[in-house]
Design a protein. Structure first.
Length: 362
């Protein structure tokens, strides 16, 4: 399949710079695959759009405050991004250095109040990824402790770019540390939010439960690859990124019960889809008591894929030529995808992470 088929023109004005307030008042484009019906709604109407016996499954990964500012003693600053902790005090980070940094150099980690008591020693540059470095954080402490004091939320580049170009002030009280995090986020490890879940509020979760819609969770640590477009001419030539996932035994049991009564699985976001579809064989053919499932996946879902654990999907409007767009196309077809995105643009839907959502039903 040619990658260009996943391309579309998006005006800058359609990119959401901040979330709806309250967040469950974002718009919701509802599409029924069986009938082709389309309805315009709002996210807080979700309980009425689902069945009372549906099972909602979401990704509870928590976004790390992974954006870093490092400085030389001279005051020269460099922007960085925490990628992973290999051992206590040993990190892999991405640095914007323009070739100005050298192995052995030490930089000061800076937080909101200025310099912190941590320094970062550049140990080596990653051979396969020149912008990535192995570093040593001194004194050595757990990454979550350090990041909690000096890190900032790593907003997607297109949000920061759109805000930079916009001269009007952002809404009063906007706190990206809260807004760019799902209300049910639990397990820290993601570099980007599972954005389909950003529309939920505690009140909406309670209304779903009151209607009889059960909720279960998986964890997939969303990585940098979520921002990478498909650069190859053919979709299937794209090298998919690998991400860690965890499926609790309780979620496996909930899926078993749902399948036994022929109930629907409503997945919140493409990350939940990739997690469950990666482990579908293990889940569906497991014997004995349910156990936790832990692993990693580089599953690339494209048109022609056979979904086993995705009956319905809640998803945002994605970037052109993205792997996320290919996944949605696999579920509803390229033609319908193009039709719905064109409709969303005409109707003024807001796109990307802080934008509106789509509910795809059987």
């Amino acid at each position: 399949m040619q990658t260009n088929i996943l391309d579309y023109e998006l005006p800058a004005s359609a990119i959401a710079r901040f979330p709806a307030e309250p967040r469950d008042h974002s718009r919701l484009l509802v599409f029924w695959r069986s009938s082709g019906e389309v309805r315009h709604a709002h996210f807080h109407q979700l309980p009425e759009l689902l069945r009372a016996d549906d099972l909602l499954i979401a990704n509870d990964s928590r976004v790390l405050p992974a954006k870093l500012t490092l400085a030389r003693s001279s005051g020269r600053k460099f922007q960085g991004l925490f990628l992973e902790e290999l051992s206590a005090g040993t990190w892999r980070v991405m640095l914007r250095s323009d070739g100005q940094l050298t192995v052995g150099e030490e930089l000061i980690l800076r937080g909101g109040q200025g310099a912190s008591h941590w320094t970062v020693r550049l140990v080596s540059r990653c051979v396969d990824e020149p912008a990535q470095w192995m570093v040593r954080v001194l004194p050595a402490e757990e990454a979550t402790t350090v990041l909690g004091q000096v890190g900032e939320v790593p907003l997607p580049p297109y949000i920061e770019k759109a805000r930079h170009k916009e001269s009007t002030p952002l809404p009063a009280g906007l706190d990206d540390r809260l807004s760019y995090q799902t209300v049910y986020a639990r397990a820290p490890g993601a570099l980007a939010a599972p954005t389909a879940g950003l529309h939920f509020t505690p009140e909406l979760m309670q209304r779903l439960s009151a209607r009889g819609i059960a909720q279960a969770f998986v964890t997939l640590d969303v990585g940098l690859g979520t921002f990478l477009p498909i650069r190859s001419d053919h979709v299937h030539d794209h090298a998919m990124h690998r991400e860690k996932f965890h499926i609790p035994a309780a979620t496996v049991e909930a899926i078993w019960r749902q399948r036994e009564r022929a109930g629907r699985l409503v997945l919140v976001g493409t990350t939940a889809v990739r997690t469950l579809e990666s482990a579908a064989s293990t889940i569906l053919h497991g014997n004995g008591p349910a156990v936790d499932i832990t692993g990693s996946t580089d599953l690339f879902i494209t048109p022609g894929f056979c979904f086993e654990l995705t009956d319905a999907l809640i998803t945002n409007f994605h970037l052109p030529k993205s792997t996320l767009l290919a996944l949605v196309a696999a579920l509803i077809g390229i033609g319908k995808l193009q039709e719905l995105y064109a409709l969303a643009l005409r109707e003024g839907y807001r796109f990307y992470s802080y934008g509106d959502a789509m509910l795809i039903l059987p």
